[in-house]
Ligand binder design. Structure first.
Ligand SMILES: [Zn+2]
Length: 431
């Protein structure tokens, strides 16, 4: 186990270079002037549209490159400067000055440690998200956010993440302090928590950021959606629009609810597409729901966390990790240090699994498109997706390796081909 710290450092550095390499080849791939002709032919993008999309991709490329450079450098500095050891001392002092008994004091120490980490990372991220919103998005005409809303959003997010982290940490720290099988109990708790969160998030948290307005009962769109829901045998409880336009012009739609079936449409989507195109986009989302993609997604996440918890229950015993990160080596290990290792290893496992998760997600996207074609006119789906992509200045071509690793959605060329094929089969079965 002595080399574990080294293994972690190597994984960390390799993943930074691998990700940067993929971003660079994808950026250079799009520079090929022939692609603009292809975009014109296949997607009816004028040269001007292509130039806009390429300019947006360039800005996003440099932004994401610098963000990962700074965050990697910051992590390296934190690990090797002994900052964690210093922080450990500070948390010990705060916990003991609050006068808790020894068993409660290790939980309080852990809470203080993670609270400081969350506040620090929020502070470091703030200038980056400001730049993303008020420089890049602004320049390309997507930003609708005021600076006041940015401040309010940031404060709200910080408070919510502190509360949610506290709710998760107290039982986890307690399991680790008291049980040999802590990883199993922690896994069960986190699994239940993530299912409950799929209900809590849209019901209590999302309304803190947006207002939801029920869709007008007599409008074209409402009628198109009711017709679709009837055909799909889907009992919808509520159709609302969400004022996404207070932040950005990017459009989207989603389903929520395990207990109450709710359809949420971004007002930007409703504005950009015709009623039948919105219905087609929604038919695709309905496909995800009907084909069980959402449930399987939750199960996959739960399985992944189980593996990491089990793994960490072994890895966490490593003294080399504890000392490598600058914490004082003591027996038994502090519960919050074990949890910190859980989050760090989870990051490593996550990046190794990314291509597999992307593959599964792309397969689901094709299936949801095929479902949509069986419910609505496939041409509406193609036109709707095309409009959304054009409005958000997306250049439709990507390096195949980049696409294979990262894309949760297949490139539009592949999707349109598959939709076309599905339409032919549907028409053939009708006649
Ligand atoms: Zn989808």
């Amino acid at each position: 186990m002595g080399h574990l710290f080294l293994v972690f450092c190597v994984c960390f550095v390799v993943s930074f270079f691998w990700e940067s390499y993929l971003k660079v080849i994808n950026y250079r791939y799009a520079q090929d002037p022939k692609l603009k002709d292809k975009a014109k032919e296949q997607f009816h993008l004028s040269y001007e549209d292509s130039d806009k999309a390429l300019a947006y991709r360039k800005d996003r490329f440099f932004y994401s490159f610098y963000v990962s450079l700074v965050s990697t450098a910051a992590t390296v500095v934190v690990i090797f400067s002994g900052l964690f050891g210093y922080l450990e001392g500070v948390c010990e002092k705060i916990a003991s000055s609050l006068g808790f008994g020894s068993s409660a004091s290790s939980t309080v120490e852990g809470l203080v440690f993670f609270a400081i980490c969350i506040c620090a990372s929020t502070l470091i991220n703030l200038p980056f998200s400001y730049y993303s919103q008020f420089v890049i998005e602004q320049k390309h005409g997507f930003n609708k956010m005021t600076r006041k809303l940015f401040v309010i959003d940031s404060l709200k997010s910080l408070i919510i993440s502190l509360i949610l982290t506290g709710v998760v940490l107290v039982p986890l720290l307690w399991f680790i302090s008291n049980y040999e099988l802590w990883w199993l109990y922690s896994w069960i708790f986190i699994s239940i928590f993530s299912v409950v969160l799929t209900w809590v998030y849209p019901t209590f948290i999302q309304p803190l950021f947006n207002t939801f307005t029920p869709l007008q009962k007599d409008g074209d769109l409402n009628q198109a959606l009711i017709k679709l829901a009837k055909k799909a045998e889907f009992n919808v409880d509520d159709i609302s629009t969400m004022n996404a336009s207070i932040r950005s012009t990017h459009g989207n739609a989603y389903f929520s609810g395990i207990f109450k079936k709710k359809i949420v449409l971004y007002d930007t989507l409703v504005k950009a597409l015709s009623a039948s195109q919105v219905a087609a986009v929604l038919a695709h989302e309905l496909g995800h729901f009907k084909l069980g993609h959402i449930r399987w997604g939750v199960l996959r996440t739960i399985l992944k966390m189980g593996i990491v918890f089990w793994m960490v229950s072994y890895l966490a015993q490593s003294e080399a990790m504890v000392e490598g990160f600058g914490f004082s080596a003591m027996e038994p290990m502090k519960p919050y240090v074990i949890l910190l290792f859980f989050f760090l290893w989870q990051g490593v496992v996550e990046s190794i699994l990314t291509p597999i998760m992307s593959y599964i997600s792309r397969r689901d996207e094709f299936a949801a498109d095929a479902y949509a074609v069986s419910m609505v006119n496939g041409k509406d789906l193609v036109d709707g997706l095309l409009k959304l992509s054009k409005n958000s200045h997306q250049f439709p071509f990507f390096h195949p390796l980049y696409s294979m690793v990262y894309h949760s959605h297949p490139p539009l060329t592949e999707r349109f081909e598959a939709i076309q094929k599905a339409m032919t089969t549907t028409n053939a079965s009708l006649s």
